[in-house]
Design a protein around this ligand. Structure first.
Ligand SMILES: [Mn+2]
Length: 415
């Protein structure tokens, strides 16, 4: 049995606006949160100890993080070097730099020749020797069109055609790596990608055009004992029959409010050829809390706001208060009292939204004399916006799902 810790989407250094400066260290408290949480992953890897750590990509919010953020990340991974635990760092979309090949933010680990560290910045099979025997890892970093095809090949093709061509190319390239596998040795596919069955809430249509989706059938191949994914921040297993498990561990900390309701953690697995046991290990991370209230019809909007705040447990949480009111109610709002009601939060922001009673429709078909259902309204809107044609179908589907209550109406900006 080979024991492995699989974590992903660390995004060290993101969401700093949700923190404040720690006067004792001079560091942003959210950076300290992320560092502590990453530290907990390392604690577990070392105390088990595991034979291998695999990281599914997106180390930082972008490929050029400031030195103190890089250092916080490196200090934690350094502990694996000291403990002689081999480690694979996969390159995600946020790690890639538009200049040059491979992951700019992680390439340094290869350049330095860090013992036991592999940087997965290309599709490649690695056979890794661990304390409990060999394991094969195929690394599949985030793919962009330019990785697999020349610009001239895609000219004049629709987005769908380009993506199909990309999938075909990937299939061929993957086959070549699969042929190099020794069928006797346990094997992992470690990939940073958007899989077709991934549950993203409203993020799905926002992601269209930024990348392309991989059909799950390309991943659930018998040559793989475990498919370790990165990119989607919500933990999930896309193959419930576990033959093999296709697992996003999700991000280790809440990157923004879209992850308010998600559990955060990593995956611990035991692997042998043809057999795998895995479990999700939750991490104690800081709460995020949205307080959303419409006081535009309230007699006493201030009292309603205070009541709404008191209903939530906001101690040490990252809080946002979003409320709707009419402009003539503005005088009735006492901001000092709101600030003091929110003061036990770790951080908070207050977003008043004025509801206008004279909203004028911008599309003549959508004026208030027409009663129109939301889907029809969206369709009309899309028909009037040529630039949204590519994603119109996805938006309608997403709207359908929202109306059916199948997904939560959260807006994720980016993975
Ligand atoms: Mn990603």
């Amino acid at each position: 049995m080979i024991k492995i810790l699989h974590l992903s989407d660390i995004h060290m250094g993101s969401g700093l606006s949700h923190g404040k400066t720690n006067p004792e260290t001079g560091l942003n408290t959210r950076l300290e949160d992320f560092t502590r949480t990453l530290g907990r992953c390392m604690d577990r890897a070392i105390s088990e100890p595991v034979d291998l750590v695999i990281f599914g990509g997106d180390a930082f919010p972008d490929s050029t993080p400031p030195p103190f953020v890089k250092e916080a990340f490196a200090n934690q991974f350094r502990r694996l070097v000291d403990a002689q635990i081999p480690t694979v760092l996969l390159v995600g979309n946020h790690d890639q730099h538009s200049q040059g090949q491979g992951g700019a933010s992680l390439g340094i680990y290869r350049s330095l020749g860090v013992p036991g560290f592999i940087v997965g910045d290309r599709l490649e099979m690695h056979c890794i020797t661990t304390r409990n025997g060999p394991v094969q890892v195929i690394t599949l970093p985030w793919l962009t069109r330019s990785t697999l095809m020349a610009r001239s090949e895609t000219e004049g093709l629709s987005l769908d055609d380009v993506n199909q061509l990309l999938r075909d190319r990937l299939n061929v390239a993957m086959e070549a790596e699969i042929r190099r596998l020794n069928p006797e040795i346990p094997t992992i596919l470690l990939a940073h990608l958007m899989a077709d069955r991934a549950n993203l809430g409203a993020e799905r249509f926002l992601a269209v055009g930024k990348g392309f989706n991989i059909p799950i059938s390309m991943l659930t191949r018998p040559c793989f004992d475990y498919v370790a994914l990165g990119h989607v921040h919500k933990h999930q297993n896309l193959n419930k029959s576990n033959d093999p498990p296709v697992v996003y561990p999700g991000s280790i900390e809440r990157v923004d409010f879209s992850e308010e309701k998600e559990d955060k953690g990593f995956v611990l697995l035991e692997l042998e050829r043809g057999k795998v046991n895995w479990e999700f290990c939750a991490l104690p991370v800081r709460d995020f809390c949205t307080i959303k209230v419409d006081v535009s019809q309230a007699e006493n909007p201030q009292a309603e706001l205070i009541k709404a705040i008191e209903k939530k447990s906001i101690k040490d949480a990252v809080v946002r208060l979003i409320y709707q009111l009419r402009s003539e109610q503005l005088d009735g709002i006492d901001n000092t009292e709101l600030h003091s009601a929110l003061s036990e939060a770790h951080s908070y922001n207050i977003q008043p939204e004025l509801v206008s009673q004279l909203a004028r429709p911008r599309l003549p078909e959508l004026d208030s004399s027409n009663s129109i259902n939301p889907l029809e309204a969206l369709k009309t809107y899309l028909d009037n916006h040529e630039e949204l044609k590519d994603i119109a179908e996805f938006m309608l589907e997403a709207a359908n799902n929202l109306l059916a209550g199948e997904v939560e109406p959260l807006i994720m900006v980016d993975n």
